[in-house]
Design a protein around this ligand. Structure first.
Ligand SMILES: Cc1cc2nc3c(=O)[nH]c(=O)nc-3n(C[C@H](O)[C@H](O)[C@H](O)COP(=O)(O)OP(=O)(O)OC[C@H]3O[C@@H](n4cnc5c(N)ncnc54)[C@H](O)[C@@H]3O)c2cc1C
Length: 384
């Protein structure tokens, strides 16, 4: 496995300085505001952090996914999962898919400004009636002259209200996955309305419902072929699931370090909590789980970077890292006692934020189905 080289570590150093100076001091305020400011995207864009693995033809750095891994790990050092989610939704989920399928014209209109942080992107796939079952989505785009007219709704869309464009999955054909297209919808399109949702966690990332009411969008905003949208959506899941694995592992490290510190500092019955063997063992178990999760994740990243088939391995990585994060969060919260329930405590915020990641970009159940399918466990009649 290649892993991180000196060049990756140099990149890490420059990011660390930026995060310490520009993000960490503001992260709690952004949690309360429910979003990250546009200026953050602009600063990240100026420094080249938003197009890390996007093509240099459009202003990206054209680097491998190990650099994206460094980006996620260092963003997470600010202690706010929502900040990382907002930035990575833009820098990976909404834009990589445009690069995968878009025309040169769309790169100029959306990808280039996104890479320099002048535009913010969102990815709109999930609908009120279609989440895991992407192929059943119903938001319809009907061709009318040089435009598509879009009607329908999306939900749980990260960057939903702060974005300038939404890479949107729509139905242009018949039922099932072969009738789905991707259209980039400018956020100022008449007929598009957005409503921010209140969440129980990841507060600094804005999540919204989107309503499309006769939204007229140029047919040139179609990504790739009409009815050819399902494949790039599935291709995009590889990077998305690794990003969520990285977030979960970085989050576990933050929580574990906080738990260790608290275990040293907090006294009960005349001794530190870590003087109780039970806490040494519980944190030893948690650390073992973190190492196992990281090993699985790095294996997935390595295969992905080398272009090997790795759908099952990436699914295992996301499944194990995000499920483990919840159990590690519970252990690390428990040692904090009452503080683990207080808004002012970073551990408390990380604890609740861990709940989102067994859902987004493929639920744990969907991932188990992928792993089962790749392992020959799924009966012939149920294979799709
Ligand atoms: C914080 C957050 C941010 C998000 N950001 C985005 C975004 O930016 N863009 C976007 O498009 N979406 C986004 N999502 C939506 C996310 O991708 C969906 O929530 C997810 O795909 C699940 O869909 P659903 O919520 O409709 O649940 P459902 O699909 O209705 O699933 C409900 C339950 O049924 C289970 N289930 C479904 N199918 C099966 C099956 N075949 N076998 C067994 N169990 C099954 C699921 O695992 C789950 O436990 C976000 C979600 C969250 C929580």
């Amino acid at each position: 496995m290649q892993g991180f080289t000196d060049d990756h570590e140099q990149f890490r150093g420059s990011l660390r300085t930026f995060v310490e100076r520009e993000i960490t001091p503001n992260a709690v305020a952004w949690e309360h505001e429910g979003q990250v400011p546009r200026a953050l995207f602009q600063k990240l864009g100026e420094l080249g952090f938003l197009g890390v693995r996007l093509s240099p033809d459009y202003g990206g750095a054209g680097l491998d996914f190990w650099y994206t891994s460094v980006l996620v790990q260092e963003l997470m050092q600010c202690g706010s999962v929502g900040v990382t989610v907002a930035i990575m939704t833009h820098a990976e989920f909404a834009t990589k898919i445009i690069e995968l399928a878009g025309s040169k014209e769309l790169m100029d209109i959306f990808l280039k400004p996104a890479i320099v942080g002048e535009m913010i992107g969102a990815l709109g796939v999930t609908e009120p009636g279609a989440g895991s079952d992407v192929a059943s989505l119903r938001t319809r785009a009907v061709r009318d002259g040089d435009d598509y007219v879009i009607n329908g709704a999306k939900t749980f869309i990260t960057n939903g209200t702060i974005s300038d464009f939404i890479t949107t999955a729509v139905r242009t054909g018949g039922p099932g996955h072969s009738g789905i297209s991707l259209i980039v919808v400018p956020a100022d399109t008449p007929g598009l309305t957005r409503r921010r949702l209140k969440k129980i966690g990841t507060h600094s990332s804005d999540t919204a419902e989107l309503f499309f009411d006769d939204c007229r969008v140029s047919a040139r905003n179609l990504l790739g072929q009409e009815n050819g949208g399902f494949k790039p959506i599935m291709q995009g899941f590889g990077g998305e699931r690794l990003v969520l694995s990285l977030i979960a592992c970085a989050q576990m490290r933050l929580m574990w370090n906080a738990a260790r510190q608290h275990g040293h500092d907090r006294k009960a019955f005349g001794q530190s909590l870590l003087d109780f063997q039970v806490w040494r063992h519980r944190l030893a178990d948690a650390l073992t789980s973190i190492h196992a999760a990281e090993a699985l994740m790095y294996q997935g990243i390595d295969l992905y970077v080398r272009g090997e088939p790795c759908n099952a391995e990436i699914s295992m990585s996301k499944l194990f890292c995000t499920e483990t994060a919840i159990s590690v969060a519970r252990e690390c919260a428990q040692i904090h006692g009452g503080m683990s329930h207080m808004e002012e405590c970073q551990m408390a915020r990380l604890y609740r934020d861990s709940l989102a990641f067994t859902i987004g970009a493929g639920t744990s159940e969907v991932l188990r189905e992928i792993i089962a399918g790749a392992s020959g466990l799924t009966p012939e009649r149920q294979r799709r």
